[in-house]
Design a protein around this ligand. Structure first.
Ligand code: TRP
Length: 364
């Protein structure tokens, strides 16, 4: 969701929104009615540890979808990392840590296929025909790419940065996913995937006239956007986020240093008091209570009391997850085995799709 992009900036959604029902596209309802009819593709860039924003924004929702019985693919987007940096730094470590975060928060590798871009050649090959279906003008209009280019530390825009939404279309379409849980910032990319699917189907219909690809739909996150401890967007790369893997003391220190305001009375008003409200919301999410109740309880005991409450709530909520994570981390062989099994399954699916693609395209 919006929080899972290390560098997609400029929150397109309000700074802090109260939790609420998913937008009424009806997709969530359709999934609940018939989970077996859908396939979900989602993913993250392996750039650092996942944090509370990811947890409340995406990870919980993935586990919810998994429990409903929807088939799920999770791509660890290692080829996407090199869009905006010269070095894909500590890739193996970040990849294994992502897997640990996934497993600790409840993804079941028996039910979800977890794999990396670089281990699935046929997925990557789909990018070539897909690139031919999108104009340069369309690529250059993509607002999320523009935003990333504006914030990139690279002196020149590389070709992969420019074209990665098409690669992302291959991520989604290789397994013919029809549901993509995303945040606002990913909507332009999903539109590219939908365009590619439609144009491919039009240009290369199957012998019976049907199209090879579904038109994937976004499943917009209903989750609130939490702010980082500096009051800005919570981000893997800004040191302003509590990661799932952090220990309790680090968590306490980060929250203690969080920006608040001078008003003693604690309230929940995301527009007027974004920093305080984000902390209140965080405690509320951890304790499964309403932010108003949390704020009311702290009353005029001020920021220090608020931070104590938040620290305790976060550490308590994450304790079983962290314990499980530590157990899993002790067995790196298991993590690698999860990735191997995921790659095997993803390769089988990608090769089958590529075979059909080559067939409708008349490749020999
Ligand atoms: N671009 C996404 C992000 O930065 C990660 C991602 C890669 C992804 N491929 C995807 C998300 C396919 C959804 C679907 O967070």
């Amino acid at each position: 969701m919006t929080t899972n992009t290390a560098h997609a900036t400029a929150a397109l959604s309000p700074a802090t929104a109260a939790p609420g029902p998913a937008p009424a596209t009806g997709l969530d309802e359709r999934i609940r009615r018939n989970p077996g009819a859908h396939r979900v593709l989602t993913g993250d860039r392996p750039t650092g540890p996942l944090h509370l924003g990811h947890y409340f924004g995406t990870l919980q929702n993935r586990v919810r979808l998994q429990r409903l019985g929807v088939e799920m693919f999770v791509v660890i987007a290692d080829y996407q990392v090199i869009t905006d940096r010269d070095l894909a730094d500590r890739l193996a470590e970040h990849t294994e840590n992502l897997v640990l975060d996934y497993l600790a928060t409840g993804l079941d590798p028996e039910r979800a296929t977890i794999f990396t871009h670089s281990s699935v050649p046929a997925l990557n090959q789909l990018m070539l025909p897909f690139l031919s279906l999108v104009s340069v003008a369309e690529l250059s209009r993509n607002p999320t790419v523009k935003d990333e280019i504006a914030h990139s530390s690279q002196s020149a825009v590389n070709g992969l940065m420019f074209t990665y939404p098409v690669h992302q279309a291959a991520d989604i379409l290789f397994c013919r996913a029809d549901v993509v849980p995303v945040g606002q910032d990913q909507l332009p990319h999903l539109e590219v995937a939908r365009t590619v699917a439609r144009r491919f189907n039009d240009r290369y219909p199957r012998p019976d006239g049907s199209g090879l690809f579904p038109r994937p739909e976004p499943l917009l996150s209903a989750a609130p956007l939490l702010l980082g401890t500096d009051g800005g967007k919570m981000s893997k790369s800004r040191g302003n986020a509590v990661s799932l893997s952090a220990d309790e003391d680090t968590t306490a220190r980060l929250i203690k240093g969080a920006r608040t305001d001078a008003e003693r009375r604690i309230g929940y008003d995301p527009v007027a008091r974004p920093e305080v409200s984000s902390l209140v919301l965080l405690a509320a999410l951890c304790q499964d209570r309403s932010p108003e109740t949390v704020a009311e309880e702290i009353g005029d005991r001020g920021s220090a009391a608020l931070k104590r409450t938040v620290t305790e709530a976060v550490n308590e909520h994450l304790r079983p997850i962290r314990t499980r994570r530590a157990e899993l981390a002790a067995d790196r062989g298991h993590v690698r085995q999860v990735l191997r099994a995921g790659a095997e399954r993803a390769n089988a699916v990608a090769e089958a799709t590529l075979a059909e693609v080559r067939s409708v395209m008349g490749s020999v």
